[in-house]
Design a protein around this ligand. Structure first.
Ligand code: NAD
Length: 346
């Protein structure tokens, strides 16, 4: 199995494998880059079909955290942990105490938090064996409202850049996914004068948003072709693909969902169609910023000001893309790489 030459390895500083027979733990911690600070990244628990899938996932996720932290102007690097296991059947407090011991070996160079398949209770068990953990009860709490603020500021930034407008009054936004982020986003958009077209798989969530914000609901498959100015994907990844792109009538795409482009090429197609795409990892960093400030001195106002900075960061991305004649995703990567000094090594 190739490691250093594997495409996803991409200059990782360190990748550590952990195995503990007593608890059944099988886990990997990947530290991509710590030039800007300790590597912060969640712990994902997933029943990977094979070990290669787990390795690929942890490498991609930790690399993405380096880029996200750099674009959010945080003194953090990128890292991630995956546990090979089923979060519905394989969780025990002993398992998470063992994870804490793994994390502790890095003496703060890696900081763990929640991710898919792990919860606040799991972080509490981890805290018994290491202090290098965030997302404990009594701290910053649910980061989604801050993620929504970041998405809203990103929409304002894209609207200013592409449409030359300073408010959303009279604009139409299609919101896909009305969960934790989508709901808060709808509120901010309506307060700024936007009209909403919305969808979700859960009819209760749709009903709530239709009632509260006078939104128009459409079936999930009809959200792409709506006659709107802005499309805000806040549900799943890979929804910008060969099937959906021909349906799009929007001028701008800005949303919280991770990995919205099915491939790099889809970003290039959007650029050719003059649809302004705001790179997701820049847009959705509000949650990470919130987690960074977690702790006894937590101050929501300071977090909000930091998150609002995403507005100007995104303007820099749009300008760089135009100057260099590259896609906005490529422009964001270039800025992030300058910020975390990709060329320098350990
Ligand atoms: P959530 O699970 O609360 O909400 C997602 C919603 O999308 C659900 O209500 C679900 O029913 C809906 N959905 C799923 N598939 C759909 C489809 N095909 N069509 C329409 N609706 C569909 O999740 P969330 O916390 O609101 O996060 C939304 C997205 O933003 C996710 O991709 C997440 O990874 C990303 N994100 C969230 C945060 C955060 O702070 N919560 C931070 C960064 C990124």
């Amino acid at each position: 199995m190739a490691v250093f030459s594997a495409i996803d390895f991409d200059q990782h500083e360190e990748v550590a494998f952990f195995c503990d027979n007593a608890t059944g733990l099988k886990a990997i911690i990947a530290i991509h880059n710590t030039n800007r600070g300790p590597a912060l990244g969640g712990c994902r628990m997933w029943p990977y079909a094979d070990e290669q899938q787990a390795i690929t996932d942890v490498l991609r996720l930790s690399r993405a955290m380096t880029y996200k932290a750099a674009m959010a102007n945080l003194p953090l690097g990128g890292g991630k942990m995956v546990i090979i296991g089923d979060s519905h059947h394989d969780k025990t407090p002993e398992l998470f105490r063992a994870i804490g011991r793994c994390v502790d070996q890095f003496n703060g160079r890696y900081i763990v938090g929640e991710d898919v398949g792990t919860s606040v209770e799991d972080m509490v068990a981890i805290r018994e064996t290491t202090t290098h953990v965030v997302g404990l009860p009594g701290g910053s709490g649910d980061p989604s409202p801050f993620t929504a603020i970041g998405v809203y500021e990103s929409i304002r930034s894209a609207v200013a850049y592409r449409l030359g407008k300073s408010s959303l009054k009279g604009l139409k936004v299609a919101v896909q996914g009305l969960g934790h982020v989508g709901y808060h986003l709808c509120k901010l958009l309506v307060e700024d004068g936007a009209a909403l077209i919305v969808t979700d798989l859960d009819p209760m969530l749709v009903e709530k948003v239709v009632e509260e914000f006078k939104a128009m609901a459409v079936a999930p498959q009809d959200i792409y072709g709506g006659d709107v100015d802005i499309f805000a994907p806040c549900a799943l990844g890979a929804i910008i693909n060969d099937e959906t792109i021909p349906q799009l009538k929007c001028k701008i795409i800005v949303g919280s969902a991770n990995n919205q482009l099915e491939s790099h090429a889809h970003g290039e197609i959007l650029a050719k169609m003059k649809i302004l795409y705001a790179p997701d990892y820049v847009v959705n960093a509000g949650g990470l910023i919130d987690v960074y400030y977690d702790g006894p001195a937590y101050n929501a106002e300071i977090v909000k000001i930091h998150v609002q900075g995403i507005h100007d960061t995104l303007l820099d991305v749009f300008k760089r893309a135009e100057e260099r004649k590259v896609s906005t995703s490529e422009a964001a990567d270039l800025i992030a790489e300058e910020r975390f000094d990709k060329k320098s090594s350990l």
